[in-house]
Design a protein around this ligand. Structure first.
Ligand SMILES: [Cu+2]
Length: 69
């Protein structure tokens, strides 16, 4: 499935890279796209391997705040 997650706290390319790598380290992730201006992270993933709440938890653990998904 594909999901666009609103994430607060991403301010630069380094943040975007951290979020991208954090999500890619989970299983079943097909694609991650960070839009810094819109503060959105678009993720294509297999929810039977990694459910959305796991992705959101990983974003939180990396130091960013999920505001909506
Ligand atoms: Cu940054």
């Amino acid at each position: 499935m594909e999901k666009t997650i609103k994430v607060d706290g991403m301010t630069c390319g380094h943040c975007a890279e951290t979020v991208t790598k954090t999500i890619q380290n989970l299983g079943g992730i097909r694609q991650v796209n960070v839009d810094l201006e819109r503060k959105e992270v678009a993720v294509a993933f297999d929810e039977s391997l990694t459910p959305l709440d796991k992705i959101e938890a990983a974003i939180g653990s990396a130091g960013f705040e999920v505001v909506a998904s």
